[in-house]
Ligand binder design. Sequence first.
Ligand code: NAD
Length: 352
Amino acid sequence: MKNYLVTGGAGFIGSNYIQYLLSTKTDVHVVNLDKLTYAGNLENLKPVEKDPRYTFIQGDIGDRALLDSILEQIDIDYVINFAAEAHVDRSILDPEIFIKTNVLGTSVLVDALRAKWTKADGTYMVGKKYVQISSDEVYGSLGPEGDFSEESRMAPRSPYSATKAAAEMLLKAFWHTYRFPMVITRSANNYGPYQFPEKLIPLIIYNARHKKPLPVYGDGQNVRDWLYVGDHCRAIERVVEEGRLGQVYNIGGDNKYTNIEVVKRIVNYLHDHVDEKIDESLITFVEDRKGHDRRYGIDATKIYNELEWKAEVPFEEGLIHTIEWYLKNWEWLEGVTSGEYQSYFKKVYGSR
Ligand code: NAD
């Protein structure tokens, strides 16, 4: 029996991961520690909420007393830290909370674990592992060719990516100084069910169905590597099981598309399957995001060679599955797009 502490498990990737874990393994207990910010939603965990192997605790990864009490009561084997402020546009509007959660919060969490997992002789308890869920954005922007490997230089360019890079630096220092048992994963842009509609794919689905303008930054030519969230969850589990301590693993989908290509694919699918009034005339180019990274690409050879993981969901298939999921779960989408979301949307894109 393994005890997992999943932080940020009520968010997009964390909730997919918890569902994945409980559906693929029997001998696990999962504690989900989540602050429930605007991005945390317990509706994402409806399918597992009654599972006796699942426990939810509302709280902050920066709350040392709470962490100590959880670690005192449960002998945690694995920690997967998803908890973060995770949206670049919000980090441009207000970087402070990103520093608090992504940097300071992570430091409190790993320090609590270091204290708990260190034995009297200064060595670590065997079998403990901490996985930091990081991002390809720590590499900054790529030129027109090539991909980022784990050896590429970190060169974050947004407040969000700077905080993710800072957390990584801290963890690397903990590894070198204390041999803190950690692994870092850097993943590409995720997409799939339960993603908050401030991110491109659910935002476009939501606006298109309401026949609202579809905001696309700049010239729409920014390239992202798209990773289906289910593929990401499988990769994380491989890292938990067999990832080497002190290592960094890139996790990429090998699916590079420009933003405008992604938007057109969604529009055309909805045109053909939902309403022919949804068409490309809804696309509206808006002023570019400040400091917008032009291109990301991930070389995921290392995780393939070491852990035999590769992305399995082709983008065409994953995108259709995702669109269909949002259409079937429209109430979920409407539920998270009230109140705070509307005022945020106005701040970023104006009154469109
Ligand atoms: P998300 O915004 O959907 O979820 C984040 C979750 O963390 C929310 O449930 C929120 O309530 C919780 N949270 C925020 N601050 C907290 C705190 N102080 N204490 C406890 N919980 C807190 O984010 P996501 O898209 O699921 O991303 C999860 C992780 O993966 C993040 O660390 C992000 O940097 C990383 N990541 C995301 C992507 C992507 O494409 N979404 C790509 C690479 C890496």
